[in-house]
Design a protein around this ligand. Sequence first.
Ligand code: F6P
Length: 323
Amino acid sequence: MKKIGVFTSGGDAPGMNACIRAIVRTAVYHGIEVYGIRRGYNGMIKGEISKLESYSVSNIIQKGGTILRSARSKDFMTKEGRKTAYEQLQKLGIEGLVAIGGDGTFTGANIFFEEYGLPTIGAPGTIDNDLYGTDYTIGYDTAVNTALDAIDKIRDTADSHDRVFFIEVMGRDSGYIAIPCAIGGGAEIVMIPETDTSIDYVVDTLRTGWSRSKTSFIVIVAEGDAEGSATEVANKVQEALPHMDARVTILGHVQRGGSPTAADRMLASQLGIACVEGLISGRQNEMAGIIDGKLTYTPFIDTITKDKPINPEFINMVNILSV
Ligand code: F6P
């Protein structure tokens, strides 16, 4: 393999730059030319592709976001879009791809591989940690720490005013971000899509807390929870508890930015190397990940279709620790 391309796609995640750096440096180390594809699949279709050198990735390991930019591409979902993308890659003689992203990215990569057979290896880059085939995704640790930092600050003001805060965290359909935020942030309640936490349960828990002289509460609501957004949950609870002094905080995209933690830089570097070395050794249509400390390659189709269940013990931990 002489030439490869690298791109980031979907929601950005802290550590994507560290991963790009590792990919470029590993390719250069092995004498392979590497091309950066800008704005994910959109840039692939438009031919926004340029050669990267070792120096192109200097001084980026500590930076959030992605120097290659990112996008969620509608055009790549069409046959014509993928055909144009393939032709752009062929023009440059690109023989392999490294895709950094989440389930949408790998869904696209899987279809593209089935249609054109271009060897592709993925690095899991998403704050959601919702991909089967790796214990942790790049960006997850940073996002959780960013959220936790905000939750600590909210607790200060919640405590000063005897308030109940409903804090919404990201994660799309998964509670992976919510769980460590709740345990680490000392929350009284966590609401995640994977389990049913009813409004009645929230109301009862608050009442019990007040009866035990608790004065402030943190309720972590994963954005995909079945009871709705943090605002909807707060409104429903307020109906049952009209005297509750409640506030809602939606942490939002703050969770996507910032300098990656040491754990994310390590993971991104390790997986970046694994992607390029995987391609060199003939691997294709798989995602590199770390499971129980071991480097693993998992078919794209499994990463997007198989479940990575949350340990139910963690939910119980929130209940025990908030008694
Ligand atoms: O997948 C990462 C993520 O941040 C999710 O947690 C969230 O639901 C979504 O992306 C938000 O997407 P966008 O940035 O397109 O609004």
